[in-house]
Design a protein around this ligand. Structure first.
Ligand code: ADP
Ligand code: MG
Ligand code: ZN
Length: 269
């Protein structure tokens, strides 16, 4: 009996902070590291009746990102409310772009040991960041919320599922960071969370056209962890499928202490 060989399919979603002095819809500072809740106002706290006004520089930087990555830039794009309930999102929705994103249909050329490869970019839309939950810093096990990050301008760069290995994914991320830094769009600081990535990973038998079921590994903030998380996830899914099991679509996280991906929640559509 010959053993089935598998191939990985990977698509990355990158959140990159736009290098503005002020937030996406208000004049509060985006400076990193200030005392909690000192860079806030009614808009970014999500108080009722507050009026968000788009940051001109943020839009200009997002257009520049699109042009740098070969996108079609839309003359008329639109913001939408993405509703979800979570403590770090006090107004109950994130302002993001949905049906009319600013940029579409771009690409990025990456270089690996196998040579140069063109990777598609589906879309680059503009959105605001959420606040930050701080666990166990208050009384006992309480969680406190720092709203300094709330409303920080982001672009989300959604990549096509064109990547086939952890090496390609790492090369894509490094090339993307280089382009955004060179264009002055992003400061490239992974430790401060200015550039972070969700990795969608699936496997399929070599020769099969249809994609397998994907898992999404959330918020990976180092190149080393991206490589390790994807390598682990490919091996996990291959072993599962090879032994007759099925991959369930879910959100996972990389644990750097346990050196593995862990299930967070099954995916709600
Ligand atoms: P969601 O917001 O639910 O994550 P999106 O369509 O915005 O969905 O993002 C999907 C991401 O997952 C894209 O980067 C895409 O390339 C990737 N992707 C989609 N299907 C697969 C698959 N079967 N295997 C791996 N990656 C995939
Ligand atoms: Mg996603
Ligand atoms: Zn504000």
């Amino acid at each position: 009996m010959t053993q089935t060989r598998y191939e990985a399919v990977i698509g990355l979603e990158v959140h990159a902070q736009l290098a503005t002095k002020t937030k996406m819809f208000c004049g509060c500072s985006t400076a990193y590291g200030a005392a909690p809740n000192t860079q806030v106002c009614p808009v970014c706290l999500g108080l009722p009746g507050a009026l968000p006004v788009p940051n001109r520089t943020a839009i200009a930087l997002a257009v520049r990102a699109g042009l740098s990555l070969g996108c079609d830039v839309r003359g008329r794009s639109r913001f939408a409310r993405k509703n979800y309930y979570y403590p770090d999102l006090s107004k109950g929705y994130q302002i993001s772009q949905f049906d009319l994103p600013l940029n579409e249909k771009g690409h990025l050329d990456i270089t690996t040991s196998a040579g140069v490869k063109r990777v598609g970019i589906t879309r680059i839309h503009v959105e605001e960041d959420a606040a930050k939950n701080l666990h166990g810093v208050g009384h006992g096990t309480d969680t406190l919320v720092d709203f300094n990050r709330a409303g920080t301008p982001l672009i989300e760069i959604v990549g096509e599922p064109d990547l086939r290995s952890a090496e390609e994914a790492e090369a894509y991320l490094k090339a993307l960071r280089d382009v955004l830094m060179f264009a002055g769009v992003n400061d490239g600081n992974l430790e401060e969370g200015s550039f972070r990535c969700d990795a969608n990973v699936s496997v399929r038998p070599v020769g099969q056209a249809k994609f397998g079921t994907r898992c999404e590994i959330k918020n990976i903030n180092s190149f080393k962890f991206v490589r390790k998380a994807i390598e682990f996830e490919i091996a996990r899914q291959e072993a599962l499928v090879a032994s007759g099991g099925k991959v369930v679509q879910e959100t996972r996280t990389w644990s750097s202490t346990q050196e593995k991906t862990i299930s967070l929640r099954s995916k709600e559509e």
